[in-house]
Structure formats: C-alpha cells, structure tokens
Design a protein around this ligand. Sequence first.
Ligand code: CP
Length: 330
Amino acid sequence: MNPADTLTEIAVPQSQQWVRGNLLTLEELNASEINIILDTARALKEVSTRSIKKVPALRGKVVVNLFFEDSTRTRTSFKLAAERMSADIVDFSVSTSSVSKGETLRDTARNLVAMGVDAIVIRHRSSGAPNLLSQLVECSVINAGDGSHEHPTQGLLDLYTIRETFVPRGKALSDLHVAIVGDVIHSRVARSNIWALSKLGAKITLVGPSTLCPDSFSRLGVTVSSDFDAVLPTVDVVNMLRVQFERITSAAFPSVREYSRYFGLDERRLKLCKPDVLVLHPGPMNRGLEITSPVADGPASAILRQVSNGLAVRMAVLYLCIGVSSLRRS
Ligand code: CP
C-alpha cells in the first residue's frame, strides 16, 4: 500500500524519505528530517478544519499514552492526534496501574507490547527513559518529555509556529534570532529548541540568572546573557520558559518578585522588542512570574496557536513513525 493512498486529498511531501520508527530526541535528527516532520504537519493540519476531523491513515494501529508525569497539552494532543488518524489509543493511567504495586517500566512496557501495541508515547521524570524503552520493546517509542533532557514534539511545534509566522513575511528560520528565557537548566523544552533551531540555522540567545542559565550552555553554540532588556530589541522570537519549582532543589533566585523584575516578560519589556516580535510559552504558565497576563493573552502571543499546531505535529510524528516506517519495514 502506498502511504499517500491512505490520506484522502492530502499530499504528504517527502514522507517516503523518512526511515525512523522512533522519535527520541531532536539532537539525533538532521535538518532534512526536521523539515519532513514540519512539512507533513503542514499537510495534516487541514484535517482539523474539516467537519469530520478524521483520516484513515493509521486505521488498525494501536498507540498507548504512558505518562509517568502530569500533562495537559501533550497527553491530550497525542490522544486527539491518534484519533484523527483513526488509530486506537489507550490512555494508560500510571496511578491506577500495577506501576503503583512496584511493576518496572520494562515489565509494564513489555506487557503492553504483548497486547499488540504499535507505539508507546512516554513521558517520564527520568532523562533517558524513552531511549531505554526503545531498546526493550519492538514497537515505536515516542518521547513526550523525559526529565530535563528533551521534549521533541514541543520543540517541533515551536519551530512549526515560528516558521508559520515568519515564512509569509519572507523570513526563513536561518534569518531569525530567538531568545529562550528563564529556567533553562531544568528545561527539556529549551534543549529540544536549541537542537532544532540551531540545525535549521537560527541564532539563539539564552537569557536567565546564572543559577538557572549557566554559561556552560555556550558550548552548544548559543549566546548566554543575563541582561534581558539588552537582548529584547535584537530578537524576532521570545520563548518564555516555565520556572520549574518542582525540579529546583535550592534557592535559585532570592524571590519570585526579584525573578519577575529581571526575567519576567511584561508590557514594558514587550515595548523594547521589534514591533512584529513573536512570544511563545510551552505552558503551563506561571502567570505574573515569567509572563504577565496582558502579554500572554495579547496580540504578540502565539501560545494557543502553539497548542493547535502541536496537534498537527503529533499527527505527523505518529504518521511517520508507525505509518510510513512500518510500511517500509513490512
Ligand atoms: N508543554 C507541555 O509539555 O505541557 P504539558 O505538561 O501540559 O503536556
């Protein structure tokens, strides 16, 4: 079967060149692979505008959401993405499973695979858990966020949103300067953004207090600054990170008031930016800390558009990993 035949009236460009069954990191993808995912997402985004929001591309496939950490956006988005592609989705609840009786990740996953699962979408507090899982099971493994390591689909949806905004204005990703601001050290979103943006040629500046944004990040080829006001007039995109209180073990800054004074994005700071600056935040937001409500809900913000684009990106990732790749393997 030609994978294109399963997508009525949708042209999915270059997907024949996709060879991976897993999506574990953006670090391991090259620019061409990232572009294939973004182009596939662009083709699939149209499905969500139809009155019947469904295509048969993954009919007969089974996807399991295996979330060991809380999630609103990613979990729901993968569920909807699987459903829009006609896959069956099992939203596995770790808290009511035998994990609470001490069952290991390995045994949990192998039992799920024994039931004929095609893909496991995993979120885990430990960096590297998706990679480990991919070595234990035969099915596709998709990383939905592992510790402070990577959150590949968030990085991809951020890129998609940036590209969708700036390409119509005649700017490619390689023309853009992106600031990633705040709690960089704990952020899997930051790491996935750094890998993907740098592979596509964007200039990146990380901004934050040295406790949360150390100079050592410069080894990744980015600039590191603690002067937010000085960076703002030079950037096209400001990606504000959540302060991850649950991962901060010692006092990283004197007070929340002090943090928002130096590193919060408010209306005064927005006025320092270029008039067409794009504001991103992966969510969930600490409103009033890293971003104020007038900015988060204002015209420069693409925060809800990021969420909508996340659905198209996850449809693309599922399609490429268990649709195209499995057809190639069979
Ligand atoms: N951005 C993100 O990962 O949000 P959730 O934790 O709600 O999935």
